[in-house]
Design a protein around this ligand. Structure first.
Ligand code: NAP
Length: 308
């Protein structure tokens, strides 16, 4: 029986560990040929070692699958181009880019350093843009040459960004930026046969093991196993997902859902006198739905946006 992704060629960034590793293994088990990218660095983004990616490749090839390791930094312009070229040269084409690589440098805004801000924006936002850009150019060229694409970009957002989490202005801004990038790229690339979606995952990994999730009981840990994210990623890479684009999905062992984007809420007639703005905003606040917390429930509590 052929797999859901039989013959598809996919790049998975940050696939040496955590969620990306599960993506790569499941994609390969469903017949995809995988470029396993991983910098092999520390959680703060320093260092570089091909071994985590190589280990994943060995697991895949050991089970009869096809994979190749790539140690480029996703946020490197040339590195991202090399990664896309590697897929095309090794496997004869490219059908999907899964932008998953990420780092954390959590800090309250008032203490955050410039380096902490820059590193997170660099790896997440540029690290989503650069591989997507080279892949998009490849698919555009094919479309112009009369070839047909059925291609995918799958990005990684976060509830920290789309809903908000204290201590993560850098990370959340990058992840909300990735959600916006997803929506806009979906609109641009539709004409070339490319869909663009994002996943906001929840999992216990090296990234999250020090955030309190480690105190979960066995059932809680199982629900936060990163393998829960891979089925959605694998389906999005497959040809079955062609009608779905511009969406941000939430996935974990606790939930599979779709996030609804920013949309215009209540309105009042335009006001050209600052003295009249207060009553107009009061009316809007009384009607507006509350923001969402990270569990998808209406946000409440100290420091949260409250009714006027
Ligand atoms: P993880 O276990 O730390 O894995 C992240 C991977 O990204 C690592 O393999 C890391 O490689 C790689 N990476 C980091 N910087 C890179 C770079 N510049 N170039 C190439 N690879 C790089 O974390 P995870 O939890 O699986 O996170 C995967 C994605 O899900 C991230 O985008 C994260 O923000 C997102 N996410 C996770 C959660 C969660 O609950 N875990 C929630 C929301 C969003 P090395 O360490 O080997 O260098």
């Amino acid at each position: 029986m052929s797999g859901l992704c039989e013959g598809r060629v996919a790049i998975v960034t940050g696939a040496g560990r955590g969620i990306g590793r599960e993506h790569a293994l499941m994609l390969a088990s469903e017949g995809a040929k995988v470029v396993v990218n991983d910098l092999g660095g520390e959680i703060d983004g320093t260092g570089g070692d091909l071994s985590p990616a190589q280990e994943v490749v060995e697991v895949i090839t050991g089970s009869g699958g096809e994979a190749i390791a790539n140690g480029d930094d996703v946020s490197s312009w040339e590195g991202a181009q090399r990664m896309v070229n590697m897929a095309v040269e090794t496997f004869g084409g490219l059908d999907a880019v899964v932008n998953n690589a990420g780092i954390l440098r959590d800090r309250m805004l008032s203490n955050m350093t410039e380096a902490e801000w820059d590193a997170v924006i660099q790896v997440h936002l540029k690290g989503t843009f650069a591989p997507s850009r080279w892949a998009a150019a490849y698919w555009r060229e094919r479309a112009k040459a009369g070839e047909t694409n059925d291609a995918r970009i799958i990005n990684t957002s976060s509830v920290s960004g789309i809903y908000g989490n204290p201590g993560q202005t850098n990370y959340g801004a990058a992840k909300a930026g990735i959600a916006a990038f997803t929506i806009i790229a979906a609109q641009e690339l539709h004409r070339y046969g490319v869909t663009v979606n994002a996943i906001a995952p929840g999992a216990l990994t090296r990234m999250t093991e020090n955030l309190g999730m480690g105190e979960l009981d066995e059932a809680g840990k199982e629900a936060m196993n990163p393998r829960w994210i891979a089925p959605l990623c694998t389906w999005l890479v497959s040809e079955e997902s062609a009608p779905v684009t511009g969406r941000v999905f939430e996935a974990s062992g606790r939930v599979l859902g779709v996030a609804e984007m920013w949309r215009r809420g209540p309105t009042v007639d335009p006001v050209d006198d600052p003295n009249e703005i207060g009553p107009a905003i009061k009316e809007l606040m009384e009607q507006a739905a509350p923001n969402s917390d990270m569990q998808g429930a209406p946000i409440t509590g100290p420091g949260r946006p409250t009714p006027f």
